[in-house]
Design a protein around this ligand. Sequence first.
Ligand SMILES: NC(=O)c1ccc[n+]([C@@H]2O[C@H](COP(=O)([O-])OP(=O)(O)OC[C@H]3O[C@@H](n4cnc5c(N)ncnc54)[C@H](OP(=O)(O)O)[C@@H]3O)[C@@H](O)[C@H]2O)c1
Length: 181
Amino acid sequence: MKHALVVGGTGMLSEVCLWLCSQNYHVSVIGRNTVKMSRLIEQVDKGKITSVLVDYNKVNLLDIHLKQTIHENGPITLVVAWVHTGGEQGLAKIIETVEQPSEPWELYHVLGSRAKLSQVKRELCIPKNCHYLQVQLGFKLEEERGRWLNNHEIAEGVIKAIQRKAPTSLVGVLEPAEFRP
Ligand SMILES: NC(=O)c1ccc[n+]([C@@H]2O[C@H](COP(=O)([O-])OP(=O)(O)OC[C@H]3O[C@@H](n4cnc5c(N)ncnc54)[C@H](OP(=O)(O)O)[C@@H]3O)[C@@H](O)[C@H]2O)c1
């Protein structure tokens, strides 16, 4: 079975975790809140999701937990990461720990509407084996106003991005800027 890691999979990426399970992935999910984690796990057959209950800012602990799930469930070949500003060290640790010289893997980096995609990419140390792809979250236009995307729209957009494998994808729109909520 293939092994995927979803960072922030108990929040807006919950539906992405469920979809990956349906695509025959074992899914390791990073989050801190045990109630949110249980709510996700109870939606799939037993053993399909491994909870990685850790604060990704605690990089030493994160490394230990990641190595454990890799040991138990095999090399990770797909990562979907929604990491808040300030969590850059956590993402760098994930990249370092997931990387395996013999195994190519994909990283879908989910980013907010203000992210500068090329700058974000430049600032990350992407190993040769890693296929790095970005999914930017914009907003939704509705009649005469803009509103933020809901969890379902975000998950749907991320799933489409994984299916398309395009280097960059946009969920919703970024223009007209004056409609930004
Ligand atoms: N452009 C847009 O339209 C847009 C963009 C962003 C967000 N939103 C909306 O705003 C809502 C709230 O956004 P949100 O950023 O709070 O997203 P969220 O996905 O609902 O929550 C953040 C996720 O990351 C995990 N997380 C956060 N910090 C962590 C840490 N230090 N270590 C480990 N895991 C961590 C959380 O788990 P724990 O709680 O267990 O730590 C949770 O799974 C979303 O649900 C979405 O609907 C819209």
